[in-house]
Design a protein around this ligand. Structure first.
Ligand code: MG
Length: 168
């Protein structure tokens, strides 16, 4: 069984991942409302990925004979100014999650929770990818600015995102 402190921190991270999932779902709804259905599709997929991250930690706690303690999920933002602002919010969120994972890794290291360290390595690698992908999207939307034709092209491109295989 994991030490109480490590269990609590992993439960907190489950909450952060679920908030992240919830937040992407809220962004997706806003995009749908603005008729940017490609962006909405991309964000829904991202929401599902974040749910997967929460479940990966959930399964890890169970595998370590530890308690899963779910907490309330905070309300995400519901109003956005523009499509670029949606993805800037997403990037800031990913950077926040990366910092949370780093803190959790540091705690597990300090507590000599070696199995947790191995599990968390996957998350560290994943966050590098998440930040990179989101940064690229922010950059593309900032390039096209308000040009309607380019925005529609980009929205169509966002519609092409396919689901990744579940977290290994
Ligand atoms: Mg995540």
């Amino acid at each position: 069984m994991l030490k109480e402190k490590v269990q609590q921190a992993i439960n907190d991270q489950i909450n952060h991942e679920l908030f992240s999932s919830y937040s992407y779902l809220s962004m997706a709804a806003w995009c749908e409302h603005q008729q940017f259905t490609g962006c909405a599709h991309w964000l829904r997929m991202q929401s599902a990925e974040e749910y997967g991250h929460a479940m990966k930690l959930y399964d890890f706690l169970i595998a370590r004979n530890s308690r899963v303690v779910l907490k309330p999920i905070a309300q995400p933002e519901v109003e956005f100014q523009s499509i670029p602002q949606v993805f800037e919010t997403a990037l800031a969120q990913e950077q926040r999650v990366s910092a949370q994972i780093d803190d959790l890794y540091e705690l597990a290291f300090h507590e000599k929770a070696f199995a947790a360290l191995v599990e968390l390595e996957w998350f560290i690698t994943e966050q590098v990818e998440e930040e990179k992908t989101t940064r690229e999207v922010v950059h593309k939307f900032n390039m096209v600015k308000d040009d309607p034709a380019s925005l529609l092209d980009l929205d169509r491109e966002m519609a092409n995102r396919v689901a990744e295989s579940p977290a290994a």
